[in-house]
Design a protein around this ligand. Structure first.
Ligand SMILES: [Cu+2]
Length: 370
């Protein structure tokens, strides 16, 4: 069974042919998610594009996807208190640098951009198991302010570091636990393979005015260096014009340290979302996400510069974010295709700081099922 034009795209589902009658009414004359026989497939109604592993596919169905994800970070915070760079370098007692003793930090980042190109594939092995693989190409840029000498708040200059390359690769899938005409529940189970580099280096500006090439801090590395489990539980539901869902997704480090003697913190994320079908091609989405990220355990001996990002304790925190997006289905001319976008803004962040705050982010995605 294929998804004809519909959007259904991905959908999945064919899992259990669902007999949900498509109503025609003033607000919705629905093709999206409704198959030719007039039934709506589960999974054909996608979650916001920023949610991974939200839907399954029916036996024999493929989906390929591309996502572009961009996230900005800027300005410093510790806990929920905003800080200037001078607040940090001028107060070594409050912000001690484990790598430089009493001198404190002398370099503070003020801006970061992270871009990710994510390539995914899904395949319905059986009606109750969908296999999934994802690879991503990452580019990170971070701008910093260097303060002159061993003490004081005199700015010496600014510099930018850059790292790019393939990140970690995940393989695994989803197991269907429950499905009826309205509700669907599946287990997410993937493994992250440490294909991303953790030895990226670049040129920096030191407080003495020299410009050596050094191992970049943890935030600029491309992979975790450890095998990580990616477990999760996903619930989705829909009726004629509304869809909704919730997902718990975690990243659990399976090794206590990588070959550079540290492991990144575990992540736990809960998302809830809703969508409304405005026209037969356009669905609007909202999402709320809460996330807890731990700090880094251990340390890479080569990451030792007097910059806040070189301290393994300055990582992680608690985050709440809100997102707005849309899913668009071009229809018959491009059967099986879906495009989507989602814009995310932070509502709350309590950081294991001092570290940069999350700023806005967005995800653009293309999905094609056949
Ligand atoms: Cu899919």
């Amino acid at each position: 069974m294929k998804h004809l034009s519909l959007v259904g795209l991905c959908a999945a589902t064919i899992l259990t042919p669902v007999t949900l009658q498509a109503h025609e009414n003033e607000t919705y004359n629905g093709t999206q998610g409704i198959s030719a026989s007039g039934t709506r497939d589960h999974g054909s109604v996608h979650a916001p594009i920023g949610v991974m592993g939200d839907h399954m596919h029916g036996k024999g169905e493929w989906m390929v996807s591309y996502r572009y994800m961009r996230m900005e970070m800027s300005d410093m915070r510790d806990g929920t208190n905003d800080l200037s760079p001078e607040d940090i370098v001028g107060n070594a007692a409050a912000f001690p640098n484990p790598n430089a003793g009493p001198a404190g930090f002398r370099v503070v980042p003020d801006e970061m951009t992270m871009q990710m190109h994510m390539f995914g594939a899904m395949y319905g092995v059986t009606d109750w198991f969908t296999a999934m693989a994802m690879a991503n190409y990452i580019k990170k840029d971070m701008n910093h302010i260097t303060f002159a000498g061993m003490a004081g708040t005199t700015r010496l200059g600014e510099f930018e570091t850059e790292a790019s390359g393939w990140g970690d690769t995940s393989v695994g899938g989803m197991f269907k636990l429950y499905e009826d005409a309205t509700h669907h529940v599946h287990l997410n189970a993937s493994l992250s393979i440490p294909t991303g580099s953790i030895k990226e280096q670049d040129t920096v500006l030191t407080p003495m005015g020299t410009t050596p090439t050094l191992r970049l801090p943890y935030a600029m590395q491309l992979g975790s260096g450890t095998y990580d489990a990616l477990p999760g539980l996903t619930y989705t539901g829909h009726n004629d014009v509304w869809n909704w869902g919730a997902q718990y997704a975690a990243t659990i480090r399976l090794e206590s340290e990588n070959d550079q003697n540290y492991s990144l913190g575990d992540k736990h994320k809960i998302s809830g979302w809703g969508g409304y079908q405005f026209t037969d091609k356009l669905r609007g989405t909202v999402r709320l996400t809460a996330e807890h990220i731990g700090d880094i355990n251990g340390a890479d001996a080569l990451i030792a510069a007097p910059v806040t990002t070189a301290d393994p304790d300055n990582y992680g925190g608690d985050f709440v974010e809100a997102s707005l997006g849309f899913n668009f289905v071009p229809g018959k001319s491009l059967a099986g295709a879906q495009m989507a976008a989602e814009f995310t803004a932070p509502l709350y962040q309590d950081l294991n700081g001092p570290q940069m705050k999350r700023d806005y982010g967005f995800t653009l995605g293309l999905q094609y099922s056949f």
